[in-house]
Design a protein around this ligand. Structure first.
Ligand code: FES
Length: 161
């Protein structure tokens, strides 16, 4: 499977950071921009970001460590983000998680074939249509295992296109 992200390099990272507006020259927006481009923020990026936004390496590392949405290693080609916040729980997200764990991978881990990461998130802004799942960038509401399987298959086709 082909990654939908650019290949990391320090030079490419600097180009991404150079495109940030003045208001985005802060640690978190800089780290988010790198993750958006490369799919993750390698430890090597900490010094580059710190220098770019003129803060300490320790502060930058602290932000990278604090937000669990920020990944420090490359993700699988497909990321299934399952909402487990209250409204989705009321609509069966716990049962959905159990099904996902049996058919794809446990939350917080990667499928055996390496193609899918399953992560837990807290609200995707789709509460009225819970349980909600994000499959890469596609939001799916009122999810059951069948519709999730179809969404993953579509994402797989897109990644392989
Ligand atoms: S609680 Fe799941 S989308 Fe808001």
């Amino acid at each position: 499977m082909v990654s939908r992200y650019s290949t990391w390099s320090a030079e490419a990272a600097q180009q991404v950071l150079d495109l940030l507006s003045e208001g985005e020259r802060l640690i978190l927006p800089a780290l988010q921009a790198l993750q958006h481009e490369f799919g993750y923020v390698p430890r090597e990026a900490v010094g580059i970001v710190a220098k770019h936004v003129n803060v300490s390496v320790a502060d930058t590392h602290g932000v990278l460590s604090f937000y669990h949405e920020l990944r420090t290693s490359p993700p699988a080609p497909i990321i299934v983000s399952v909402c487990v916040a209250e409204a989705c729980q009321a609509n069966g997200s716990r049962e959905l998680v159990t099904s996902i764990e049996q058919s794809i991978a446990p939350v917080g881990s990667r499928s055996a074939d390496g193609s899918v990461d399953v992560v837990e998130v807290f609200c995707l802004g789709n509460c009225a249509l819970g349980p909600a799942v994000l499959v890469n960038e596609r939001l799916v509401g009122r999810v059951n295992l069948d519709s999730l399987t179809r969404a993953v298959a579509t994402a797989r086709d897109e990644v392989n296109a």
